[in-house]
Ligand binder design. Structure first.
Ligand code: ADP
Ligand code: MG
Length: 329
C-alpha cells in the first residue's frame, strides 16, 4: 500500500492507526521445492521490541531479508513504515545487522564506518553511532583481526549509521561471550529507548524473554505463536522441576513426569517437565531416589519448554525431515 507522503486519516482508520513499522501480508518465498516463507502474516507496530524465535530453517533470516528488499517474495506484500523495503533501505528508514553481512577484512573499522557513513541519506553523527554501538576501542583495528563478538559490534554500528527508525538484528549476539552479550543488550536497550522499532532473531531464549515485549515463534515459514514471553510460556501447562543427584532416565520414570533431560546450562542438574508436580515431589522424597536427590526446585515452565513444545513435529512427522540443517543441536 502506498501511503507514502501525507498520512491523511481515512474513515477506515477510525482508531487513527499510523502505518505499521513492518507489515508482511501473505508473503510466500520458495527456493525450488522449498517454502522458506509460507503465506506469512506479520505486523509489528512502531516502537515495539520483538524477538523472532524458531528452529534453524524456520524462515527468520528470509523474513528479515524481505524487510530490507534483499529477497523478493513470490507473492504477498511487504511494507516498512508504509514504504516498500528497497526505498526504506535506501532512505535509511530501516537498518540491519544481517547474519551474512560481509565486512571488508583489510580495512580499519574507522575507514569502513566512514565510507558507509558517507553513503547514508540521513546519517546519524558518526560519533553517536560509535558510542551507541560501543566500538570506540575498535576503530583502529583491522576488520580481519576482530573476534566474532567484536565483528558483531561493528555490524551493530553499521546498522545504526543511517539513523534508522526500524532496526533488524539477525542473531546479533552470535560469537559473543556472556559478558559481551550483556553489554550488547545494555547498548541495544539505550538505542531502543529512543523510540525505534527493534526486531531481533535469536536462539537464546533468555534474551527473548528479557529483552522483548513481544515474542513471535516461527516454524516452517509461518508464525506459530505470538505473544508476550509469559503468554508464550503459558502455552505449556504444568510445572518444571529441576534437581541434582539423579539421572534424567531415573527422573523420567517417575509418575507425573512428562519428560526429563540434563539442563542445558548446568548439565549436572536434571530438568523435568511435569504434568503433576505434587505426584513427582511425593515420589522423589519417598521413593528410591529419596536419599540422593537434592536442590529440588519447582518453577513455571519457561520460554524454552514452550518453544520446544510449539515446534515439536514428532506427532506429525516421520522425524527425519526437520533437522537436516540443525547443526548446532
Ligand atoms: P532461519 O533464519 O530461521 O534459520 P532461513 O530463513 O535462513 O531460516 O531459511 C529458511 C529456509 O530457506 C531454509 O530451509 C533454508 O535452507 C532455505 N533458504 C534460505 N535462503 C536460501 C537460498 N538463498 N537458497 C536456497 N534455500 C534457501
Ligand atoms: Mg537465520
Amino acid at each position: 500500500m502506498n501511503t507514502a507522503t501525507v498520512p491523511t486519516p481515512t474513515p477506515s482508520t477510525a482508531g487513527a492507526r499510523p502505518a505499521a513499522a513492518l507489515s508482511l501480508r501473505g508473503v510466500t518465498k520458495t527456493y525450488g521445492q522449498l517454502r522458506a516463507l509460507d503465506e506469512l502474516d506479520l505486523e509489528i507496530g512502531n516502537g515495539e521490541i520483538v524477538a523472532l524465535l524458531g528452529p534453524n530453517g524456520a524462515g527468520k533470516s528470509t523474513a528479515m531479508e524481505m524487510m530490507v528488499g534483499l529477497a523478493v517474495p513470490n507473492s504477498g506484500e511487504v511494507t516498512v513504515l508504509g514504504a516498500d523495503p528497497v526505498t526504506a533501505t535506501r532512505t535509511g528508514l530501516i537498518g540491519t545487522m544481517l547474519q551474512a553481512g560481509a565486512l571488508l577484512p583489510d580495512q580499519s573499522v574507522r575507514s569502513m564506518l566512514r565510507m558507509l557513513h558517507a553513503l547514508q541519506a540521513h546519517p546519524m553523527p558518526l560519533d553517536a553511532a560509535v558510542e551507541q554501538a560501543d566500538v570506540a576501542d575498535l576503530l583502529k583495528r583491522r576488520i580481519g583481526t576482530l573476534s566474532g563478538g567484536q565483528a558483531q559490534r561493528v555490524r551493530f554500528a553499521i546498522a545504526l549509521l543511517g539513523d534508522p527508525r526500524v532496526l533488524l538484528l539477525d542473531e546479533p549476539t552470535v560469537g559473543m561471550d556472556i559478558g559481551t552479550r550483556r553489554a550488547f543488550w545494555d547498548q541495544m536497550r539505550t538505542v531502543a529507548a529512543t523510540g525505534r522499532t527493534v526486531v531481533f532473531a535469536t536462539h537464546h531464549l533468555d534474551e527473548a524473554e528479557r529483552e522483548a515485549g513481544r515474542v513471535i515463534v516461527m516454524d516452517r515459514g509461518r508464525v506459530v505463536a505470538d505473544g508476550t514471553g509469559p503468554e508464550i510460556s503459558a502455552i505449556v501447562g504444568g510445572r518444571v522441576i529441576t534437581l541434582r543427584g539423579a539421572e534424567p532416565g531415573q527422573v523420567a520414570q517417575l509418575p507425573g513426569v512428562e519428560s526429563a533431560a540434563a539442563d542445558e546450562t548446568e548439565p549436572a542438574r536434571v530438568r523435568a517437565l511435569c504434568s503433576d508436580s505434587d505426584a513427582v515431589l511425593a515420589a522423589l522424597f519417598t521413593g528410591p531416589l529419596a536419599g540422593s536427590v537434592h536442590e529440588v526446585l519447582v518453577s513455571a515452565p519457561g520460554l524454552e519448554e514452550a518453544f520446544l513444545r510449539i515446534t515439536d513435529h514428532s506427532d506429525t512427522d516421520t522425524d527425519t525431515d526437520t533437522d537436516t540443517d540443525g547443526a548446532d543441536r
